[in-house]
Design a protein around this ligand. Structure first.
Ligand code: NAD
Ligand code: UGA
Length: 469
């Protein structure tokens, strides 16, 4: 059989939550390009080549199945892939540094730098290197300096093309992005590289949604977008605390505030705090950068977004403890949901990790239920092995429990048969709704003592207005 000649070769280094779905979308939209994804983790590459993908993301399996082996390839041979490809996306992880200067705040750039050095070592022809990972502003300069230290006949253009997709909606976000941002040097070489990348996105993204800027604006915009989104969540969560003191209802307040078209309705859902691998790390990185550049007031302003998030989780645990007569020892508590949000199996920085840890510290027995995240939950709570049970079926998980704690906004938890759950539980039964998804009045009528976020509690022991002190 004649092999089909593909017009362009594109490589992505890093086959994670961003690299793989992003490249799957490029392969889908550009059937005449060959797209290769590599990773240092061979287990992950095997999983991408198998029927059991390493991550759960709605719509991803279908798109991988359609394109894999046609013009989308997952490979372990990083060096060969670098040699064969002239457009290279870098989508490796950029976690918070855990050691040395900036520990707990700054981004750990070792994976990005190793990638740059490997590209330099293997490249036999000139390349466009695209930062897809979220990086501190000015990282492209370090990339350029590393890449410029090689052979004279091989040159590199570094672009910044941050990714704005969210987990759970990655495929629709990638297919129909609000905007694609491409930052470049404003030199002839930089502008030519930028045009090359614009041409790829032009295949499916309307031109007015592809925006270009200088490198530093692009790198910084990504951190700022995440900081603004997280700030909205912390803002509404801070007001939820005041609602609980005053009998105002956070959903009513959010609706009234969000209907102002200047404010907008999105990202105003109060809950048990934001999780996910990025909000906290990106804000801490922003805070670190502000301090580094001598802007302590700006740093303090953004750091409070993270502080309120921790406060919200602590507050939720305090509500559970005080409602359950200040002792959880020996009581069985069921966490409904462990993923950091609905429609993903990802548990990175999930508020459920800290809440489960605190419940265990109070010597509660913990049962965890989640439709997609039990594998990751067991890894996160490995230190508590033997003290936590993992049960996918929420009805079996709730059986014999003293309390249900809703941690993730899975749609499934809106539709549960709460009567059936209540009947199988120990009385008095408690429902702590960390995502405000259940029908609180109905659950109260069934017999539950109900504690939502930012709304009056419904307790059978005290009149509603006296429930919170
Ligand atoms: P991830 O941990 O899921 O994937 C990163 C992958 O890079 C891992 O599989 C790791 O093995 C691989 N890797 C690390 N060093 C490597 C090297 N030298 N060579 C080859 N592979 C290497 O991370 P992610 O969630 O995909 O995030 C990647 C970047 O994208 C981060 O900077 C993150 O902030 C950003 N981002 C993430 C999201 C998201 O929703 N997860 C959204 C937008 C942006
Ligand atoms: C977020 C951003 O939305 C993406 O644009 C960005 O690309 C990505 O981070 C990233 O850089 O990693 P993600 O973390 O996947 O995406 O999910 P979000 O929908 O932003 O939710 C983050 C957290 O905030 C979740 O725990 C969610 O439950 C919580 N949240 C969100 C609320 O508590 N209330 C809201 O109104 C919205």
């Amino acid at each position: 059989m004649m092999k089909r000649q593909l017009k362009k070769n594109i490589l992505c280094i890093g086959a994670g939550y961003v690299g793989a779905p992003t490249m799957a979308m490029i392969a889908e939209k550009c059937p005449d390009y060959k797209v290769t994804v590599v990773d240092i983790n061979p287990v992950k590459i095997d999983a991408w080549n198998s029927d059991r993908l390493p991550i759960y993301e709605p719509g991803l399996e279908e798109i991988i199945r359609r394109n894999r082996g046609r013009n989308l390839f997952f490979s372990k041979d990083i060096e060969d892939a670098i040699r064969r490809n002239d457009i290279i996306f870098v989508s490796v992880n950029t976690p918070t540094k855990t050691f040395g200067t900036g520990a707990g705040m700054a981004a750990d750039l070792q994976f990005v730098e190793k990638t740059a050095r490997q590209i330099l070592k293997c490249a036999e022809s000139s390349k466009i290197v695209i930062e897809k990972s979220t990086l501190p502003v000015k990282t492209a300069q370090a990339m350029e300096r590393i890449l410029a230290s090689g052979k004279d006949n091989v040159t590199f253009e570094v672009l910044s093309n941050p990714e704005f997709m969210a987990e759970g909606t990655a495929i629709s976000d990638l297919e129909n992005p609000d905007r694609v941002l491409i930052g470049s040097r404003e030199t002839p070489g930089g502008l030519a590289a930028r045009r090359e990348l614009v041409r790829i996105y032009n295949r499916w993204v309307p031109p007015e949604r592809i925006i270009t800027s200088n490198l530093w604006s692009s790198e910084l915009s990504k951190l700022v977008a995440n900081a603004f989104l997280a700030q909205r969540v912390s803002s509404i969560n801070s007001i939820s605390a005041l609602c609980e003191k005053t009998d105002a209802d956070i959903s009513e307040v959010a609706k009234a505030v969000g209907m102002d078209s200047r404010i907008g309705a999105k990202f105003l859902k109060a809950g048990v705090g934001f999780g996910g691998s990025c909000f906290k790390k990106d804000i801490l990185n922003l805070v670190y950068l502000c301090r580094y550049y001598g802007l302590p007031e700006v740093a303090d302003y953004w750091e409070n977004v993270v502080r309120i998030n921790t406060y919200q989780q602590d507050r939720f645990l305090a509500t559970i403890l005080s409602a359950m007569f200040n002792t959880l020892a020996g009581k069985r508590i069921c966490l409904l949901g462990f993923a950091f949000k609905a429609d993903t199996g990802d548990t990175r920085e999930s508020p459920a990790i800290s809440i489960a840890g605190k419940l265990l510290a109070e010597q509660a027995e913990v049962v965890i239920s989640d439709p997609k995240a039990l594998g990751n939950a067991a890894v996160d709570l490995a230190d508590f092995a033997g003290r936590v049970r993992y049960v996918e079926d929420p009805y079996l998980a709730a059986k014999g429990c003293h309390a249900l704690v809703i941690m993730t906004d899975w749609d499934l938890y809106r539709r549960l048969d709460y009567r059936k759950l209540y009947r199988s539980m120990v009385r008095p039964a408690f429902l702590f709704d960390g995502r405000n998804v259940a029908d609180h009045a109905k659950c109260f009528a069934l017999g539950f003592n109900v504690y939502p976020i930012g709304k009056p509690a419904l307790s059978h022991f005290q009149p509603p207005s006296a429930v919170r002190g």
